[in-house]
Design a protein around this ligand. Structure first.
Ligand code: NI
Length: 133
């Protein structure tokens, strides 16, 4: 398959983390590590059968980022039917952690998580899902 090259901009600590992943997994290079991360993401997507599931979206962000709190609140109101509760923790002077408990069709939860985690200013975020069986 044709391989394309592209530029990636990363904070230095993120690049250090990527290089650690390369070493710990014995990847031959950074491209292989990124390929591995993308593939993991695709595999977990294919597990998705769109059943009713429950889970949590956990995000970390700097509350000083302009308009971020407001944007997060608006998204959560837009998707109130999927959100059971939101817990906000001030983990450091500048850093907030939010654990958003969710329940609904897994594809809808995945979309909501992408929207929240993709919001500009979010440092890190992850959706964890479980089934109800
Ligand atoms: Ni806070």
């Amino acid at each position: 398959m044709f391989v394309k090259r592209f530029g990636v901009s990363l904070e230095e600590d993120m690049l250090v983390a990527l290089d650690k992943l390369v070493i710990s997994n014995q990847f031959p290079n950074r491209s292989q590590a990124i390929r591995h991360l993308i593939k993991n993401n695709l595999v977990s997507e294919s597990w998705d059968q769109n059943k009713i599931v429950a889970g949590a979206i956990v995000i970390v962000y700097d509350h000083h980022k302009r308009e971020l709190n407001n944007k997060l609140m608006m998204v959560q109101h837009d998707f109130h039917d999927l959100i059971l509760s939101t817990q906000h923790v001030h983990i450091e002077h500048d850093l907030c952690l939010e654990a958003i408990a969710v329940k609904g069709k897994s594809q809808e939860l995945a979309k909501l998580a992408d929207k929240i985690i993709g919001t500009k200013g979010i440092k890190h975020g992850k959706l964890v899902m479980t089934d109800l069986g």
